[in-house]
Design a binder for this molecule. Structure first.
Ligand code: ZN
Length: 461
């Protein structure tokens, strides 16, 4: 029997044991955003380190940098002359949200009738951790060796923006020489349909305040003669988009990479029917799908988008007959290649200045943002990954984008000198990551782990 066959067989034998590994991790409430859970995040790093050891990794350590939640590290580097993969996942989780909305205990992993494992972190990203440890164990405890070298890094602060990741990688740079990165923390195209993510949008945000009066005034005594900040801000925000909902900011589309006819055609073929999209998104009857492109996926993955995330003048609760002195909004722009963060904000600010009505005072405040990321798929590692996913799922993988931002991808790939980064999907669209009732499709988790087993084999020379 080949080493690969032995590994696949071992996985079939042991998969229920591996799922127990996942449950153990889900029971630890490693909420990185909450200072009350600092000890839990530590406990979770320790539990991951124990798991790495148990599943055959060597040189296992808890690694720390000043101010960051701990990382767990382990490696196995005895495949002489073979490539080295850095395998990334994260062990911290999002807060649970509204406890009333959970149908099960968030930190008690619960198997549903639908074949899904419910619990905070069951998918994002403790499933990613256990995909990696299980695939490694499947080889080491059967064939006695892996076809490639592996270095496993499990982060503890992904859910709060991976703020220290660049510093961490710099500090421990010598450990991370590798030929490819494998990141198991992204989405699949659908249940049973694997995905490799090759494009992520970036994000910039700006707070804007308009002031027309030193204090709010009685609308009867003063209305008609003094500037109304709420009306002024509404007029200003209305200039940000055109009648299709597309951004109408001068020069904003200039640096946007346009898709080739072939790329666009592929996206249109992947698009679901409009009615299905409307249903999933919860668009109310009569309200239309926005944007001028024909393909919804092009809009979500490859075009910039503007949104007003918060809007404040006076509260409906305290509504009375006044003309408010100030009104504020937070404007977010999702960016795509080749938009620059600074340049994007410059254009937004210039637009707001130009269209600010009635000479009112305009105050703008930039927030920290994140870059978009995009990779070509010409490196042979992508070919290996596509084949491995097809082996694991029995269906060809979709090369996909992600409309959101994942802050760790850019620092990781640039610190490692631009080695190919394979973002392999774990979550299907029904996972509810970050929301209540998060769950993992266990069938897809198995397929995903089988794919990583095949990937190890395909990456060897
Ligand atoms: Zn995640």
């Amino acid at each position: 029997m080949s080493n690969l066959e032995q590994a696949v067989n071992r996985f079939e034998d042991k998969k229920s044991e591996y799922i127990e590994d996942l449950k153990e991790l889900v029971r630890i409430p490693s909420v990185s955003a909450d200072p009350d859970h600092v000890e839990d995040v530590k406990r979770s790093a320790a539990a991951v380190a124990d798991l790495l050891r148990k599943r055959g990794l060597e040189n296992v350590e808890i690694l720390e940098v000043e101010g960051a939640h701990p990382y767990a590290y382990g490696d196995w580097c005895h495949a002489e002359g073979q490539p080295t993969l850095v395998l990334y996942a994260h062990h911290d989780v999002q807060p649970i949200g509204d406890p009333e909305l959970w149908k099960t205990e968030p930190f008690e992993p619960t198997l549903g009738d639908d074949g899904r494992l419910y619990g905070r972190g069951a998918a994002d990203d403790k499933a990613g951790v256990v995909v990696v440890t299980s695939a490694i164990d499947a080889f080491l405890k059967s064939a006695g060796k892996l076809p490639v070298n592996v270095k496993v890094i499990i982060e503890g602060e992904e859910e709060i923006g991976s703020e220290h990741l660049a510093a961490f990688l710099k500090e421990h740079r010598s450990r991370f020489d590798a030929d490819a990165l494998v990141l198991t923390d992204t989405g699949n195209f659908d249940t049973g349909i694997p995905g490799i993510t090759t494009a992520l949008r970036g994000l910039v945000a700006l707070k804007v305040t308009l002031r027309g009066l030193r204090q709010s005034l009685h609308s009867g005594s003063w209305g008609g003669a003094v500037p109304d900040a709420a009306v002024g801000l509404s007029r200003l925000l209305a200039t940000l988009t055109d009648e299709n909902g597309d951004m109408a900011i001068e020069g904003m589309m200039d640096s946007v990479r346009s898709l080739s006819a072939e790329e666009r055609e592929k996206l249109e073929a992947l698009d679901e029917p409009d009615e299905e999209f409307r249903r999933k998104a919860g668009i109310v009857a009569g309200s239309r799908i926005m944007g001028r492109s024909k393909s919804v996926l092009e809009k979500l993955w490859h075009l910039p988008a503007i949104s007003v995330n918060a809007l404040e003048a006076s509260s409906m609760k305290a509504a009375r007959n006044v003309i408010v002195d100030t009104a504020s909004a937070r404007i977010g722009i999702r960016t795509v290649p080749n938009m620059e963060q600074g340049g994007t904000l410059d254009k937004l600010e210039a637009h707001l200045k130009k269209h600010s009505p009635w000479g009112m005072e305009l105050i703008m405040e930039r927030e920290g943002g994140g870059d978009w990321w995009h990779t070509e798929t010409t490196d042979p590692a992508f070919g290996a990954a596509l084949e491995a996913l097809e082996e694991g799922y029995g269906k060809p993988a979709v090369i996909m984008g992600c409309g959101g931002s994942i802050p760790f991808v850019e620092p990781f790939s640039s610190q490692l000198g631009g080695v190919p980064s394979l973002l392999i999907g774990i979550e299907d669209p029904y996972t509810n990551a970050h929301s209540e009732n998060e769950s993992l499709h266990l069938g897809d988790w198995e397929k995903s782990t089988r794919s990583i087993i095949h990937l190890f084999q395909k990456m060897s020379r």
